[in-house]
Design a protein around this ligand. Structure first.
Ligand code: FMN
Ligand code: SF4
Length: 415
């Protein structure tokens, strides 16, 4: 490890065990959350276990079970895991399967807020301030202080539940304009109470949640937050506020690491992926009546960005300079050389998503010295597969949920 205070630095090895707060990963590579689309009835299925078993057997240090909603209204559509006692036996089987292959298990917990598809969840989407949601094609509901207290409790209860099911880490979703990220956004949060206004006030709800999560899991489980560095939306969160925000989170002393992300599932989804926008494939998941309209608005709603290796690195460096908190570099990591360079720059872990959808055994192959870069071509055609069993379209796989269409609007665009 490196001693950031003294400036002396030994570059850590990629494939050596590494501490993340109270737990130790066998290496420095984390499977980033990719909503798996295998939880039609809101509980773990054998298909979901098999998905993570393959990732764990493929050599990662830790696999992140994507998006577990802390309450029914916090799910992106009607098919995400909701952290209720009914989900517990399946979650236990899931962590057992991941552990059997030597990896640790992390649960991404969150509340979708304005990113929820209200037509599918049956609840109005919760937001800091009321606005018309293009995803749900209806108005969001401004959270009351009672809602904030209730959702904070739900995060604590959810974290306690996953800790009790054997998860080694909890990743709190503070990104992509989900509820907590929406509170951080100066564009989406126009409140004038103690949860809106200055950065400190906009950060109050996320900080209360993180403190409640830490209290719930104690000191045996690592607590991470996946934080937006930039929303990629005019008037949204950007580095001038996200770096001081990360310093506030560091000073709270509850986090073991920050996972650095960006983008908005609400208003700019391709910002967090880069590469091609899979417009035709997204349209095909929608009811016929909305397809043509979607194709028309898609170039504005989901502008494409060219893919670059480690595309978030220039932003993430600002955080590395400003913080001593362990950091996870994410975004477009496909090569062993990139991972080594990230560790040399002081990042503690890397997270990979699409490269491991394409090849779940990529890490093991890298470790064996077969250092070929990932075969992922950044086409993003895996994005719309979240509605029927998330997979790389270049890999043969079952269409797990049939040809389910999304009720209204675009839904969460996989993040
Ligand atoms: C199909 C798919 C589903 C995703 N689902 C989630 C999710 O549930 N939660 C989340 O935070 N990010 C999600 N992401 C974003 C990834 O975790 C990651 O931040 C992003 O893909 C960039 O990493 P990469 O370049 O290694 O793919 C998803 C990505 C893909 C491709
Ligand atoms: S579909 Fe496959 S190749 Fe295309 S971006 Fe997703 S993982 Fe990569």
């Amino acid at each position: 490890m490196h001693d950031r205070a003294s400036g002396s630095r030994t570059v850590p090895a990629v494939f050596a065990p590494a501490a993340l707060g109270p737990v130790t990963l066998r290496n420095r590579i984390i499977k980033s959350a990719t909503f798996e689309g295998r939880t039609r009835y809101r509980v773990v299925t054998d298909e979901l276990i098999e998905f993570h078993r393959r990732v764990a057997a493929g050599g990662v240090g830790m696999s992140t079970v994507a998006y577990c909603a802390v309450s029914p209204e916090g799910s992106t559509d009607g098919h995400t895991i909701v952290l209720t006692p009914e989900a517990a036996p399946g979650l236990r089987r899931l962590t057992d399967a991941i552990h059997e292959h030597g990896a640790l298990a992390s649960a991404q917990i969150g509340h979708a807020g304005p990113v929820a598809n209200a037509a599918a969840t049956g609840h109005p989407a919760l937001a800091p301030t009321r606005f018309f949601s293009p995803l749900a094609m209806r108005w969001t509901r401004a959270a009351t202080e009672d809602d904030i207290a209730r959702v904070t409790r739900a995060f604590a209860d959810g974290a306690r539940l996953v800790a009790g099911c054997g998860f080694d880490a909890v990743e709190v979703h503070l990104g992509h304009n989900y509820l907590l990220s929406a509170f951080l956004s100066p564009k989406l949060n126009r409140r004038d109470d103690r949860y809106g206004g200055s950065l400190e006030r906009r950060a109050a709800f996320p900080r209360e949640v993180l403190a409640a999560v830490r209290e719930a899991v104690g000191d045996r489980v690592a607590v991470l937050a996946k934080l937006n560095m930039a929303d990629g939306v005019r008037g949204g969160l950007w580095l001038d506020e996200s770096v001081p925000l990360a310093q506030l989170l560091e000073s709270d002393g509850v986090l073991d690491a920050l996972v650095l992300t960006g983008g908005s599932s609400l208003a700019n989804p391709m910002y967090l992926f880069r590469g091609e926008a899979p417009v035709a494939e997204m349209a095909a998941t929608m009811p016929r009546a909305t397809r043509a309209a979607f194709r028309l608005v898609a170039p504005r709603m989901m502008p494409a960005y060219p893919f670059e290796e480690a595309f978030f690195l220039p932003y993430a460096r600002q955080f590395r300079e400003a913080l001593s908190l362990p950091l996870v570099l994410l975004g477009g990591i496909t090569r062993l050389a990139t991972i080594e360079a990230a560790l040399a720059e002081g990042f503690d872990f890397v997270a990979m998503a699409r490269a491991l959808l394409r090849e779940p055994d990529l890490v093991a192959r890298m470790e064996r010295g077969e250092a070929a870069p990932s075969r992922c071509v950044h086409c993003n055609k895996c994005m719309p597969t979240i509605y029927r069993g998330t997979r790389c379209v270049l890999v043969e796989g079952p269409d797990l949920a049939g040809s389910r269409t999304v009720p209204v609007g675009v839904s969460a665009l996989g993040s």
